[in-house]
Design a protein around this ligand. Structure first.
Ligand code: UD1
Length: 430
């Protein structure tokens, strides 16, 4: 199992090109099931998660052809005939977003059998809101032995759905199903994350009728058929934010290109408050930190455009060496502090009570062996390793590979001393 070793102390200077958004690509890929024509996605990230979902789509009968184009990597998905509406446990458990094939399968074929998801170990992460919205659209749902059996023999029908809480996945799922439902669907209290806007605009390019994009009320007028399209995946705001934090942590000057500063404004505001400089450019953002130690600042995770939960672990790593005490509140997921004991192995001073972590900044971190526990937590350990004295070795980096494309190459090009060690697991790692 691969590990990543970081030798702390190098400043970062240079440019990092941001990849297409994983969380957008996964939902756009699911959208390919909605049409018998081809959906070509450009600016596609090449990640373990997109490969997993590609494999699942192939099992359902979708042809998946990877290539390269002007806009970076691209993949064409053609679901001319859906040969199976069965998504087995072994493919869905590896990644929660695979569950999003359920709605498109019902919409297109009238039935589906999809395993309940696994995914990151960040709390219970139920799918009740997904299932309730599919039921509201007229699907009959039965749960049996870990599987969702869904049928809609007479097709889906438009409905008014008010989500009791904001959910990115449930909003996307309802949208994916509603575009082919008969009549009008209104989704209230929808999530407004940029990836939902990307999905809605791509579906519109495929012929869907959607109003209220980027607001919390989406109105969808169902159509009987969607066509193919070519669509460029939006930049990954979490990758953008992660490298912005890395630059602020290590010090130096890093230009993040092919991305958008407005996607991570809440983070950039916090970086500025802490003492770094963030300047929006025409194709991204430039981060600078020279000299002085950063100041501790408090952060509370919120739905977009608030501070993203997917950047919480990285920001906590940054605060471990800041001047003063920072309070970090996690409001989106329970149990999303699994990086805390690992950061403490590097010398961080953190105490957790419920959904709140208190980080007392220390002068120095010290390299150690640490273990990645989930996708975003693992990259926070790499960020801490950038300043820890000596060598930090992050084990179980398959979590990182799920969501960060060529991380060691991108950081290495800016001067970080990061290398991948391929090989058998460490003692006790399994
Ligand atoms: C997506 C992102 C993830 C990000 C999260 C919040 C993908 C593949 N993943 O996850 O990286 O951290 O948004 O921005 O896009 N909930 C329920 N019932 C449901 C669905 C959700 O109770 O049916 C709860 C969750 O447990 C969580 C909260 O709602 O506490 C928000 O989750 P949600 O927005 O749905 O996140 P995901 O779509 O899973």
């Amino acid at each position: 199992m691969d590990r990543i070793a970081i030798e702390g102390g190098a400043r970062l200077e240079g440019e990092i090109q941001i990849s297409g958004a994983k969380n957008s690509a996964l939902k756009l890929m699911a959208a390919s099931l909605l049409t018998d024509e081809c959906l070509r996605l450009t600016n596609m990230p090449r990640l373990a998660d997109t490969r997993f979902l590609g494999r699942l789509l192939q099992r359902l009968g979708v042809s998946v052809i990877e290539g390269d184009g002007e806009d970076g990597a691209q993949t064409e998905f053609c679901a001319k005939d859906i040969s199976s509406a069965f998504a087995p446990y072994d493919l869905v458990r590896q990644m929660r977003a695979s569950f999003n094939v359920l709605g498109p399968l019902i919409a297109r074929t009238g039935h589906a059998k999809v395993s309940l998801p696994g995914g990151c170990t960040i709390g219970a992460r139920p799918v009740d809101l997904h299932l309730r919205s599919l039921e509201a659209l007229g699907a009959r749902i039965d749960l049996h032995e870990g599987y969702v059996y869904a049928t809609a023999p007479r097709g889906l029908k438009g409905a008014e759905i008010e989500f009791p809480m904001v959910s990115v996945g449930a909003t996307e799922h309802a949208l994916l199903a509603a575009v082919l439902a008969e009549g009008q669907t209104v989704l209230r209290n929808s999530a407004k994350e940029p990836e939902i806007g990307d999905l809605a605009l791509c579906l519109s390019a495929m012929g869907a009728k959607i109003e209220g994009i980027d607001t919390d009320t989406l109105t969808i007028t169902g159509v009987s058929k969607l066509n193919g399209a070519t669509w460029s995946v939006i930049p990954d705001r979490i990758e953008t934010g992660t490298y912005a934090v890395a630059a602020a942590m290590a010090g130096g000057e890093v230009r993040l290109t092919k991305t958008r500063a407005d996607f991570v404004q809440a983070l950039l505001d916090k970086l500025e408050e802490a003492g770094a400089t963030a300047t929006a450019t025409n194709d991204g953002v430039e981060i600078k930190r020279n000299g002085a130690r950063l100041n501790a600042v408090d952060v509370t995770t919120e739905v977009f455009p608030g501070f993203a939960t997917d950047l919480q672990a990285q920001f906590m790593a940054l605060m471990t060496t800041a001047k003063g005490e920072s309070v970090i509140r996690e409001t989106i997921f329970e149990n999303r502090f699994m990086h805390v004991p690992e950061l403490m192995r590097l010398g961080a001073d953190i105490s957790v009570q419920g959904g709140e972590a208190r980080v007392k900044g220390v002068e120095k971190l010290y390299g150690a062996q640490v273990m990645a526990t989930d996708l975003r937590a693992s990259v926070s350990l790499v960020i801490a390793g950038l300043v820890a004295e000596g060598e930090t070795v992050v084990n179980r980096v398959y979590h990182l590979d799920r969501g960060f494309e060529r991380l060691e190459e991108k950081l290495g090009a800016c001067g970080a001393k990061v290398r991948r060690i391929s090989g058998p697991p460490e003692d006790g790692e399994g």
